[in-house]
Design a protein around this ligand. Structure first.
Ligand SMILES: C[S@@+](CC[C@H](N)C(=O)[O-])C[C@H]1O[C@@H](n2cnc3c(N)ncnc32)[C@H](O)[C@@H]1O
Length: 260
């Protein structure tokens, strides 16, 4: 088992979500797009409280933006409260940290990488900063904020401009991605309380086919019995290795390759 986190690398974001605006070093356009008043923030927080389920991440209460430091870069993520894809989940942070700490083992330089359920884009941003040619995918409604975060955090910093594409699990895969040949497929916290686990597994199988040399990296915070059932099906569908776990967060990171 490889170590994922050390005392010097706390799991939580290294910067507060409520940093002063004059510290943010954003350009004027981005700043006006992001500006929220105290009243807006109160409303967002109240709405978050009204809709919170026990299994949702505590970051749900953050005030709309989070800052991280990966690959020598400050990464500022805009969140919103209108869907689960608008929040940063623990799996994305754990897998980002794993990729940064294990660059020799998982060398993303010049590799083709696809992310499933990219949400706010943190993991795709980190992969992009590590030199990968990234395609970040999610449901159509999520793509606007995802594109915004990818652009603001990779422009002038990454080797390749990350791409964004709509991908609803299990739908139109042969049409939209007929010959997948990605080196890595990333998925963080895509298994939670939803009805598309079958479609998700089929999508993973579509992108991780025999003979293509694709490696799937899946990080997930375990919340439900159904998560464990999915894990069992995942393990019987691929050759899998448990790469790391973050016990304090209950996050597991698996590597999977196709069964030949
Ligand atoms: C819990 S969020 C995790 C987001 C991000 N990976 C992270 O860890 O911060 C799950 C993501 O899966 C996406 N998702 C949910 N159902 C989906 C589906 N049927 N097809 C494609 N994406 C889906 C959501 O939009 C969301 O971005």
């Amino acid at each position: 088992m490889e170590g994922l986190l050390s005392d010097s690398q706390p799991f939580l974001p290294k910067h507060s979500a409520t940093r002063r605006k004059d510290e943010m070093n954003r350009d004027e356009t981005l700043q006006s797009e992001e500006e929220t008043t105290d009243q807006d923030q109160d409303t967002m927080t109240r709405e978050g409280l009204d809709r919170r389920n026990v299994w949702e991440p505590s970051v749900y209460y953050a005030l709309g933006k989070e800052s991280f430091y990966f690959v020598g870069q400050e990464i500022n993520i805009r969140e919103s409260t209108d869907s689960y894809g608008a929040l940063i989940w623990p799996g994305a942070i754990a897998l980002s940290q794993f990729l940064e700490n294990n660059q020799q083992q998982m060398n993303l330089m010049d590799k083709a990488v696809l992310e499933l359920g990219a949400g706010t884009g943190l993991l795709s941003i980190v992969a992009s900063l590590l030199g990968a040619w990234v395609t970040a995918t999610d449901l159509p409604d999520i793509l606007s904020n995802l594109s915004f975060n990818l652009r603001r955090n990779t422009k002038g910093r990454s080797r390749y401009i990350p791409q964004v594409a709509a991908l609803s699990w299990g739908q139109g895969l042969e049409r939209d991605f007929p010959f997948p040949s990605y080196d890595y497929v990333l998925a963080a916290d895509v298994v939670y309380h939803h009805d598309f686990l079958e479609e998700l597994l089929n999508t993973m199988l579509h992108f991780c086919r025999p003979g293509r040399g694709t490696t799937l990296l899946w990080a997930n915070k375990v919340r439900f019995q159904s998560d464990l059932s999915f894990t069992e099906r995942f393990k019987s569908s691929f050759n899998t290795t448990l790469l790391a776990e973050v016990p304090q967060e209950n996050v597991w990171i698996y590597k999977a390759t196709a069964k030949e």
